[in-house]
Design a protein. Structure first.
Length: 327
């Protein structure tokens, strides 16, 4: 009997310990049977509520993990507890294999969504759509609006991030080298008066603005997310491919094109063994609330990508850059 009592006590403590490893925000999409995947978060506040756009899967194909993706939409009142309210499914011909990895901004009372096609390899490109309610979107007639060119790239453009700075729009994207092995960051620009159609975008450089160079970055830098502080831009980026592990770094720039890392070490590491994000802490999404408080949203998992959850941490600022605030 004593052994049985000890077993229940030990099991109870183990369950409590596991629960304690889960962060305050711990969200995934459960709308598709047996699939628990939410990735690539971007958050904004629109019409009095927080909206989060993220990548999800409608179905999984064991032969091609690049198929079945679409975009989920969730809402929250406190940035920690989220409820899924809608999703964006493939509609146009160029989206039929999938769409995902949204970037978003509010302009002139509308939500503008920048997202990628998926499942087309080097032909994946950035698209644009807009919405008056943040839920139902109208596609840009000139989609896809951007893909890079030149010997430094294989023509692919994913992980869109849009930011207005110094009277122009910067469209950050990830691409790969000509061999399709190394993932790196590029940028295009458009004038302040743009309606984001294809002909408005100009590639700002004929080379990567940030490419993997540190050991922890592996062969990949992707998922740029931009914020302005200290009269400069800060880029939170994902280093290394998913679950290698992917971790988050930070770089700074005065012009939006030339970037310098703040450290040779990750800003936000993957978790220790046994924690919810032991496989990675990846694909950042920096969000500034109306009161100036900033939150870093990111994805993580503990099983090499069989599931993915989203969480966040509060970010503080000093002259040298950002830091993670304690819970």
């Amino acid at each position: 009997m004593k052994k049985l009592v000890y077993f229940f006590i030990f099991t109870s403590l183990s369950i409590q310990g596991s629960a304690q490893l889960k962060p305050k925000m711990y969200f995934t999409d459960t709308s598709s049977s047996e699939i628990r995947i939410a990735k690539d978060p971007v958050v904004l506040k629109f019409n009095g509520r927080y909206l989060m756009y993220y990548s999800k899967q409608r179905f999984q194909n064991t032969k091609d993990g690049m198929q079945g993706w679409n975009i989920g939409i969730a809402e929250s009142k406190d940035l920690y507890n989220w409820k899924k309210i809608a999703e964006i499914n493939p509609e146009a011909n160029y989206e039929q294999r999938g769409l995902c990895a949204p970037g978003a901004m509010v302009k002139d009372g509308k939500v503008h969504l920048f997202y990628q096609t998926y499942g087309n390899g080097p032909k994946d490109a950035i698209c644009h759509a807009w919405s008056s309610d943040g839920i139902s979107f109208t596609r840009n007639a000139s989609n896809p609006i951007f893909s890079p060119n030149g010997s430094w790239t294989n023509g692919r453009a994913i992980d869109a991030e849009i930011y207005f700075y110094k009277k122009q729009y910067f469209l950050y994207f990830a691409t790969r080298d000509a061999a399709g092995k190394i993932q790196k960051q590029g940028v295009a620009v458009a004038s302040a008066g743009t309606d984001f159609k294809r002909e408005d975008w100009k590639q700002a450089t004929n080379e990567a603005i940030l490419a993997p160079a540190l050991g922890w970055e592996g062969d990949c830098i992707e998922g740029a997310s931009i914020i302005r502080r200290n009269n400069k831009l800060y880029m939170f980026y994902a280093g290394n491919y998913n679950n290698m592990p992917q971790q988050i770094g930070v770089a700074e720039s005065k012009d939006g094109i030339l970037w310098k890392r703040l450290s040779d070490l990750p800003f936000l590491k993957n978790g220790a063994a046994g924690t919810w994000n032991s496989s990675e802490s990846g694909h950042p999404g920096i969000f500034e609330d109306e009161n100036g408080q900033t939150y870093l949203f990111y994805q993580g998992n503990d099983n090499k990508g069989k599931t993915w959850y989203l969480s966040n941490v509060k970010i503080g600022w000093k002259k040298s850059g950002p830091y993670v605030l304690p819970d």
